[in-house]
Design a protein around this ligand. Sequence first.
Ligand code: PEB
Length: 172
Amino acid sequence: MQDAFTRTIVAADLRGSFLNEQELAQLTNLIKESNKRLDAVNTITSYAADIISEAGHKLFAEQTDLIRPGGNAYPNRRMAACLRDMEIILRYISYALLAGDASVLEDRCLNGLKETYVALGTPTRSVSRAVQLMKESAVNKITNIPGVTRGDCSALVNEAATYFDKAASSIA
Ligand code: PEB
C-alpha cells in the first residue's frame, strides 16, 4: 500500500535521485490542499449510509429483476450482502482518497473481485453500475458539504471520481 508521498519517494529512489522540482511542487500542492481532502474524506465517511442507500434505491429501480425471486439481491440475505459489498468498496475508495493513491483500493479490494463475482454468479455489470451510482451520490455530497465554505474542489472531485471509475471498470 502506498500514498502520494511514498509513491513519489519510491519513484525517486528507483532513479537514485533527489525529488525533482515537479515532484516537490506536486507534494507541496497536496499539503496546501489537504484540508479540502480531509473534508471530502470526512463527507464520504459520515454520509456513507446515505450514499449506499441512494445508490441502492436507484440500482434496484433500474434493475428490478435483482430484487425479484431468483434475483441476486433476493432474499434479504443477498440484499444484505449486496449493501455490505457497496459499503466495503466505498470504504476502500475513501482510503484511496485520503492517501491520494489508488493502491490500497487496488490491492485490498479490487484484486480478484471480478473473478469472485463471476464465481458467485453475481452480475458484474450490476455491481459496476452500483459503484457508478455511488460516485454520483458521493460527488454530489462532496460538492455541497453543509457548513463548509464553497471553494474550488473540482480537482479533488475529479480525483475521487477516478477511484470510483477504477472500481467500476475493474468489476464490469
Ligand atoms: C465480495 N461478495 C460476496 C462474497 C464476497 C463478496 C467474497 C461471498 C461471501 C459472502 O457472501 O460474504 N467481500 C466482498 C468484497 C470484498 C470482500 C467487495 C472486498 C475486500 O472481502 N448482489 C446484487 C448486486 C450486488 C450483489 C448487483 C451491488 O444483486 C452482491 C451488490 N455479493 C452480492 C451478493 C452476494 C455477495 C457475496 C448478492 C451473495 C451471493 C450469494 O450468496 O448468492
